[in-house]
Design a protein around this ligand. Structure first.
Ligand code: PNW
Length: 497
């Protein structure tokens, strides 16, 4: 009798401890000691100075100048947040936020105006040197994205990413970055969201360079990008890591896909959606050097049925597979929301949509942001982190983007609620489910140029006044909310109830 009572009491004590301390002896609401918390931006979205000091034109400059109607009210990134001139204010904002890491991207055409090595623009190198040095002086680690969608237009004239030669150009660009910045930059990301930017070769009117070759251009672009990533990883690993000793990866975007019902075909559709979006890139890099079997099979079959002599999805050589397999030091993940998925034959022929055969549904009963695609679904964030952690084990995860859109108000309760809940779910994945997550950079440090949505969608932790030539930065309510989390390395307990 007494033993049973003791047993029950011990059990409930253990449960209580687990509730407070998670699986690894830390309170559930506490980040690991060496966890990197920070914020992210991208060159075209913040820098402006689109044609200053020798910068070359890129595909977003080109597309939005030629086709202002593809943007929002003719808006573009010509000036944006003017971070080219105001980077010192950005660093101060990061410092006030208590960021340990700043993820920003380098504009390829600011360094190499033609994309090639014939002109190396010293003013561009100076700009990033100044930014990097100021970050380090302030105790903030730079994390550099080499490519956040702004391809030099000169390389688009060669066909852009569907042209396999682009991998060589990217390799040469990467070498310039390692040579000039690698002594101080210890975190590198080759590409940001290839799933998103390769759509620029599958549609017109949205993603640059607006080349409408669905089901062909997107796969060709993906193929070059994966090879380019692998080549740059090997370059770093062999020639720079011994002296520079940093980490290098890619960042892939994937939201959580929740099956619409529990029918077998819906669960298969869920799996297909993950494989066509994330697996297309993650399987070659993190699993076996090659595309997921379901992707290979469906694109090959459809290509054959269309009467083509070869698959629309190219193949890697055995040597390329060995080069690509394992070409990452961690798993970069961008994730914002959750969508419902169901099996459906949709999209025109040919297209990746038709190959994938999944309908993504925005659930309008979930809480909204100002971006139609971005529903606030914190539990989905925990699910996708755990999905990545179990499918691609042995790689620490770095959340390179996660954030909330509104219309830019200073009293941004919606953003506070989003970050509070999403960070709580992230901590549950780390402390209760055992996911190995090492860092998190919130999107975004500043309100900025949100691509086709222009300045209508605001993701910033700081407000930027786009009506003022000063582009004044002002903290929002979420700035101090996140600063508290970053300082304490913990999320308020109310978000765990
Ligand atoms: C990411 N969607 O893009 C980009 O990396 C950022 O540059 C961008 O500002 C941020 O997320 C916010 O949108 C996405 O429609 C754009 O699902 C659109 C989607 C997802 C990500």
């Amino acid at each position: 009798m007494a033993l049973t009572t003791l047993y029950v009491e011990l059990l409930s004590f253990a449960c209580l401890l687990a509730a407070i301390h998670g699986v690894n002896g830390r309170a559930v609401n506490q980040f690991p000691e060496d966890f990197l918390l920070g914020a992210a931006t991208a060159s075209y979205q913040i820098e402006g100075a689109w044609n200053e000091d020798g910068k070359g034109e890129n595909i977003w400059d080109h597309m939005l100048h030629e086709h202002p109607e593809y943007g929002n009210n003719g808006e573009n990134g010509d000036v944006a947040c003017d971070s080219y001139h105001k980077y010192a204010e950005d660093v101060q904002a990061l410092k006030d936020l208590g960021a340990k890491v700043y993820r920003f991207s380098i504009s390829w055409s600011r360094i190499l105006p033609t994309g090639d090595l014939d002109v190396i623009n010293q003013a561009g190198i100076d700009y990033y040197n100044n930014l990097i040095n100021l970050l380090l002086e302030n105790g903030i680690e730079p994390m550099v994205t080499m490519y956040h969608w702004d391809l030099p237009q000169a390389l688009q004239y060669l066909g852009g990413w569907p042209n396999p030669i682009l991998a060589d150009y990217f390799l040469e660009y990467a070498r310039v970055l390692f040579d000039n910045f690698g002594d101080r930059v210890k975190w590198w990301l080759t590409f940001n969201e290839p799933y998103t930017f390769t759509r620029g070769y599958a549609s017109s009117g949205s993603q640059a360079p607006s080349q409408n070759a669905p089901g062909i251009g997107d796969y060709l672009a993906a193929h070059t990008v994966i090879r380019a990533h692998g080549m740059v990883y090997r370059l770093y690993d062999e020639q720079y890591r011994p002296t520079q000793n940093g980490k290098i990866s890619i960042t892939l975007n994937c939201d959580w896909f929740e099956p619409y019902n529990d029918l077998e075909e819906t669960l298969e559709a869920q799996e297909r959606m993950f494989q066509f979006q994330l697996g297309l890139y993650a399987n070659p890099i993190y699993v076996d050097g090659d595309y997921p079997a379901v992707v290979r099979e469906r694109v090959d079959n459809n290509s054959r049925a269309e009467g083509r002599p070869r698959s629309r999805l190219p193949s890697f050589t055995e040597e390329e597979k060995r080069m690509i397999n394992g070409s990452a030091d961690f798993f970069g993940l961008n994730s914002y929301t959750t969508m419902l998925v169901i099996s459906a034959a949709l999209g025109h022929s040919p297209s990746m949509d038709l190959d994938c055969g999944v309908l993504r549904i925005i659930n309008f009963t979930w809480p909204s942001s100002s971006a139609i695609w971005l529903k606030v679904v914190p539990w989905g964030f925990r699910n996708i982190v755990n999905w990545v952690s179990s499918r691609y084990p042995n790689y620490p995860i770095f959340i390179a983007e996660n954030g909330y859109a509104d219309t830019g108000e200073l009293d941004d309760e919606g953003r506070i609620s989003y970050y509070g809940q999403y960070l709580a779910e992230l901590l549950k994945a780390i402390n209760e489910d055992g996911a190995n997550v090492i860092g998190y950079t919130a999107w975004s440090l500043l309100d900025n140029f949100e691509w086709n949505s222009g300045y209508s969608q605001k993701f910033g932790i700081y407000q930027v006044d786009f009506d003022s030539t000063e582009r004044t930065r002002t903290p929002k309510a979420s700035t101090s909310f996140l600063a508290n989390i970053y300082r304490n390395m913990s999320v308020p307990e109310e978000y765990f109830q």
